[in-house]
Design a protein around this ligand. Structure first.
Ligand code: KG4
Ligand code: ZN
Length: 344
């Protein structure tokens, strides 16, 4: 069974073809980074228009690469939410139009379920149940994943998401959008321990996060350094290094506490912040020491992509509809999803 996946929830057009027997056949991505860079963030209207421009050529490219045709596609999956309404509508309308024209089933996929299950795209994948740390631009959450659609929320952020904190701290350091990767690069030149920032809620007896205080601490530190005339290249890198370490410390403390709490030995790290190399190294090191396994999606499937949407579409073929009057869900709690009894 072959499912075409379409992702347009934010600033990346992602298309993929997933075969339930043979795995991922092909995938393609167009990132809008260059388009939004001069505005310092995603401009929703420009994002929607760019999805319109890219989506059909990318679908054609993926089918060509997979040696497939529209006729051989068994179902069309698209990101139904959460995300930017206008951007979601582009993927939803193209997916619905395709499914209608081909008389094929249509599957509306939850973007975060895509991130949560993205490690299943790898050859070495976790078994259910596992603990998942979802760290993206909009989310910092810990889930206990019992199966497809069985997501127990263990921890959430009280304010900013981890990726959002990276992006805001990057802005304070004068780095270009998107902030996370730029800050991580600068942190590479920073000296460990040269600056000091707080680790919010690291010792709290629960699994929730809070990153807005950390952002304020970066602002205060940057102002102090500027006031003292010490805000040079090395100081910027030192702040970036300390910020990155602080976020990774908190994420690691909570994620490994979640493993202890659920008495589980498999941790999945998903979402854009999971692309961070310091985080990967730190989690891998701690996992070895604690004799647990950490699973990261392949780098290409950490940030937004079509492959994770096609995968979830294949797992949720039972939820497919032949009703093409679509609706997007810019806000959509993950815990509202239906359980899939038999999957993978
Ligand atoms: O999952 P994602 O691509 O989009 C959603 O938010 O759904 O995540 C994007 C977030 C951004 O905040 C970005 O700055 C962050 O992930 N990010 C990183 C890195 N790569 C992406 N943060 C830290 N280090 C990175 N290498
Ligand atoms: Zn995402």
């Amino acid at each position: 069974m072959q499912v075409l996946g379409i992702e347009t929830s934010c600033d990346e057009t992602g298309i993929a073809l997933y075969d339930s027997e043979r795995g991922l056949r092909a995938h393609a991505l167009h990132s809008q980074i260059a388009l939004h860079a001069e505005y310092g963030g995603v401009v929703p209207e420009l994002a929607s228009r760019d999805h319109v421009r890219r989506i059909v050529p990318l679908i054609e490219a993926v089918l060509r690469e997979a040696g497939a045709t529209l006729e051989t596609v068994d179902g069309v999956a698209y990101t139904q939410g959460p995300g930017l309404a206008g951007a979601l509508l582009v993927g939803a309308s193209v997916a619905s139009a395709l499914a209608l024209a081909l008389d094929k089933p249509l599957i509306g996929v939850h973007h975060l379920e895509g991130h949560l299950l993205s490690p299943l795209l790898s050859a070495d994948k976790p078994d259910f149940p596992f603990v998942a740390l979802l760290v993206s631009g909009g989310h910092s959450q810990l889930f206990f994943v019992r199966g497809v659609g069985q997501y127990e929320l263990l921890g959430d952020t009280f304010d900013d998401a981890a990726g959002e904190a990276f992006d805001k701290a990057a802005q304070l350091l004068g780095l270009p959008y998107p902030g996370g990767p730029a800050l991580a690069q600068l942190a590479g030149q920073g000296r460990p321990g040269a600056m000091r920032l707080p680790r919010p809620l690291i010792d709290a007896p629960h699994l929730h996060f809070s990153f807005s205080g950390l952002k304020t601490a970066v602002l205060t530190l940057v102002r102090q350094l500027q006031h003292d005339g010490r805000f040079d290249e090395q100081a910027r890198a030192d702040v970036a290094r300390e910020f990155e370490t602080a976020v990774v410390d908190v994420l690691a403390a909570k994620a490994f506490a979640a493993l202890r709490q659920t008495q589980n030995r498999q941790l999945v790290v998903a979402g854009g912040v999971g692309a961070n190399q310091s985080l990967r190294a730190r989690f891998a090191e701690e996992a070895t020491a604690l004799d647990v396994r950490v699973y990261f999606p392949e780098m290409a499937f950490c940030t937004d992509n079509g492959a994770m949407i096609a995968l979830v579409g294949a797992l949720r073929m039972a939820d497919a509809v032949h009703d093409y009057a679509f609706q997007v869900r810019p806000r959509w709690p993950l815990t509202e999803l239906r359980t899939v009894e038999k999957a993978v």
